[in-house]
Design a protein around this ligand. Structure first.
Ligand code: RUB
Length: 318
C-alpha cells in the first residue's frame, strides 16, 4: 500500500505531468520528439523515485510507461522506446535499487542519443535523393523530412518546398518556419491546394508514425490524399522514418490504432450541433503509392524494408 502511494507521488511529479500534457496536446509533436519526451519522463521518474526495492522501482517505471504509451496511441516509436527501456531495466532487477535507478537513467540517455544518430543517418541517406531544381512537397512536420531537407541544403543543393498547413493543428507552420530558417524557399498552402500544386512538384517527402507489416505507412491525416495526387501526376512519393516505427503487431493481425482526437480541435462546442464531427489524427497510405522509404539502414521499397526488418528480427530472436 505504502509502495503504491510512493508510485503515485512519483508519477505526479510536476515536470512529468507537464511533459505528459504537452505530448497529449501535441505541443510536443512528431514521432521522434514524442519518443524522446517519453524517455525523458522515465529519466525524471528514475531520478525522483522513492521505491524501497528494485522490484518496486521496476513496477513504478512500468506503470508510468503504460500511461505514457496511452498518450498517443498511433506511435510505435514511443511504444518501442518505452518497452526497450523498461525491459532493459527489468533485466537488471537483481541490482540494488540505488544503482538500478542510475542504470535506468543511463539506458534512457543512451536511447535518446541513439535516436539522434538514427536521425542523422536518415538525413544522409535522404539528402542523396534531393537534386538541384527539385520542388518537394511535404505535409505536417516531420523531423526526418526536415532533417533531410536541411542536410541537402547544407550540401549546397538548390530546391524549394511546398508545405501544406496541416489542419487542424497547423504543424505545417513549424515545418515552414524551420525551412525558412535554413533559407530554403517555401510555398505555404492550405491542405486542399495540394492537388492543384502537385503539377509543380518533382517529389513528395513525408515522415511517418508507423510502418505496417504490409508495407503501408501511417502518417498525419491528409497524407493519403497527397499520395493519390502524387500518383496521378507520377511524382515519386518518398517516406522518411526510423525502423523503430515498424509495428510488428500488425503482422499478427492487430491493425495500427488510429488516434481519434477531440471534436473541439475541428469545430467549436456550440457549432454544428447534431453533426457527428470526426477528427482522426492519422491515415494509412497503401504501399502501392510509396516509391521509397528512407531509414537509418538505407533506402528501400516498402516490401523490401519489411522483408529486411522481419529477417533481422528473426536473427535477433535466435
Ligand atoms: C506528426 C506526423 C509526422 C510524423 C513524423 O503528427 O504525422 O509526420 O510524426 O515523425 P503529430 P518524425 O503532429 O500529430 O505528432 O518527427 O519522427 O519524422
Amino acid at each position: 500500500m505504502l509502495q503504491d502511494k510512493r508510485m503515485v507521488m512519483s508519477a505526479n511529479d510536476d515536470r512529468v505531468k507537464k511533459i505528459m500534457r504537452d505530448i497529449k496536446s501535441i505541443k510536443i509533436q512528431g514521432a521522434r520528439k514524442v519518443a524522446v519526451a517519453g524517455a525523458r519522463i522515465l529519466v525524471l521518474v528514475a531520478q525522483g523515485s522513492r521505491a524501497g526495492s528494485s522490484g518496486a522501482f521496476v513496477s513504478e517505471l512500468r506503470n508510468v510507461s503504460r500511461e505514457v504509451v496511452g498518450l498517443r496511441p498511433t506511435e510505435p516509436a514511443l511504444r518501442f522506446g518505452q518497452e526497450l527501456i523498461v525491459s532493459r531495466v527489468a533485466s537488471r532487477k537483481g541490482m540494488p535499487v540505488g544503482e538500478l535507478r542510475k542504470y535506468a537513467v543511463s539506458v534512457c540517455r543512451n536511447y535518446i542519443s541513439e535516436t539522434k544518430k538514427m536521425l542523422d543517418k536518415i538525413a544522409q541517406y535522404g539528402a542523396r535523393l534531393i537534386s538541384d531544381g527539385d520542388v518537394v512537397m511535404t505535409h505536417c512536420h516531420s523531423h526526418c523530412a526536415v532533417e533531410i531537407l536541411r542536410f541537402a541544403k547544407r550540401q549546397g543543393k538548390d530546391f524549394s518546398v511546398i508545405v501544406t498547413e496541416t489542419r487542424p493543428l497547423f504543424q505545417g507552420k513549424i515545418t515552414a518556419r524551420e525551412l525558412l530558417a535554413e533559407k530554403i524557399p517555401v510555398v505555404y498552402c492550405v491542405d486542399s491546394a495540394s492537388a492543384s500544386l502537385m503539377k509543380d512538384a518533382t517529389k513528395v517527402l513525408v515522415g511517418a508514425d508507423a510502418v505496417t507489416a504490409g508495407g503501408d505507412v501511417v502518417n498525419k491525416i491528409g497524407t493519403y490524399q497527397i499520395a493519390i495526387e502524387a500518383s496521378e501526376y507520377k511524382v515519386p512519393f518518398i517516406v522518411a522514418c526510423g525502423t523503430h516505427k515498424y509495428d510488428p503487431m500488425t503482422a499478427l493481425g492487430f491493425p495500427e490504432p488510429i488516434e481519434e482526437r477531440a471534436r473541439r480541435e475541428v469545430a467549436g462546442v456550440r457549432e454544428l450541433t447534431g453533426a457527428k464531427v470526426v477528427n482522426p489524427a492519422f491515415d494509412v497510405t497503401p504501399k502501392e503509392y510509396i516509391y521509397e522509404i528512407v531509414t537509418e539502414i538505407g533506402v528501400f521499397s516498402p516490401e523490401t524494408l519489411v522483408g529486411v526488418l522481419v529477417s533481422r528480427g528473426r536473427k535477433e530472436g535466435t
